[in-house]
Design a protein around this ligand. Sequence first.
Ligand SMILES: Nc1nc2c(ncn2[C@@H]2O[C@H](COP(=O)(O)OP(=O)(O)OP(=O)(O)O)[C@@H](O)[C@H]2O)c(=O)[nH]1
Ligand SMILES: [Zn+2]
Length: 344
Amino acid sequence: MAKRHLTRRQNWRIQKIQDERAERANKRAEKAEEQLGASDLGPEQEGLVIAHFGVQVDVECTQGELAGEVRRCHRRANLPALVTGDRVVWRADNLQGGVIVAQLPRSSELCRPDMRGQLKPVAANVDLLVIVFAPLPTPYSVLIDRYLVAAEQAGLAPLLVMNKADLLDPERDAELLGWLDSYQALGYPVLRLSASAGEGLDQLQARLRDQISVFVGQSGVGKSSLINALLPGTDLRVGALSDSTGKGTHTTTTARLFHFPAGGDLIDSPGIREFGLTHISHDDLLYGFIEFRPLLGYCRFRDCQHLHEPGCALLGAVNEGKISQARMDSYRHILSSLGEHDSY
Ligand SMILES: Nc1nc2c(ncn2[C@@H]2O[C@H](COP(=O)(O)OP(=O)(O)OP(=O)(O)O)[C@@H](O)[C@H]2O)c(=O)[nH]1
Ligand SMILES: [Zn+2]
């Protein structure tokens, strides 16, 4: 993307201009609401944000006679920025729009750094992180471990999905099959399926029911293929709805919420698919390796880095075969990258 070549200062300026533009749009929306008058607004009701475009959001009515209808709404100025997945209280106007008057508490937040490097929520109330990998492109256990840590950090339940089971070669993929067993032994749910052969999709559908999910994974593992199989007939060009100014500045990055016909919801956008580890502390990293948890605090040295220290409880567990060498290697690999861009 061209943005990568901009300097930090240029990025900062772009963000500032975008913030100011959003602020002006918000003021206009407030004026419009004042002119409408409170008597023109319907009763308060609950809704779900299914897309957001700067200061405007699409709210799906979740109760009452408007249930299922989508309204383009703006928010009262005293409310924080809303993101896809937010549950809100809103009032319908008589112009096919509405006003959001309250944001309901979030059960989880997915955050990503904005252009200035500040963490911003991009989706709310996500329950399940579907981590997709495949025999091809070559999978990396450290990448899977990074996603698992990110899920633990954000408070999401992870689901490991090995797609392209039709390509499995027991010899070539012996290592991959070993990982699947060890993740299952750690207590993580693992599904093997094939989007192209349509195998195992019913098991995936059952896992997705009654939850809001996000799909992540390396490029080419089959995320789009899986999502298309689960959402037949949906136009996945995220942000196809342009904002009411017609400029559509947010169309490439905005996240949208979709309903799976078999139950459950999906939040998807190119940005969401890049969700991963950001700004994680050493403690969060350790906590993200679930089998390390019972051993934390039992090392001889309080500031143990678990690299080569004598009396290290984690290294002891590796020697006893209670922690796998692969997971220890992942931990070290991620730790060594923390100073670079993942953490402050
Ligand atoms: N053999 C086989 N190929 C598959 C399967 N699922 C997807 N593919 C193929 O894998 C390739 C990549 O699939 P996509 O769905 O575009 O992968 P993606 O993860 O969405 O990739 P990005 O959009 O780059 O993130 C396509 O050529 C698919 O046809 C499968 O179950 N088996
Ligand atoms: Zn230690």
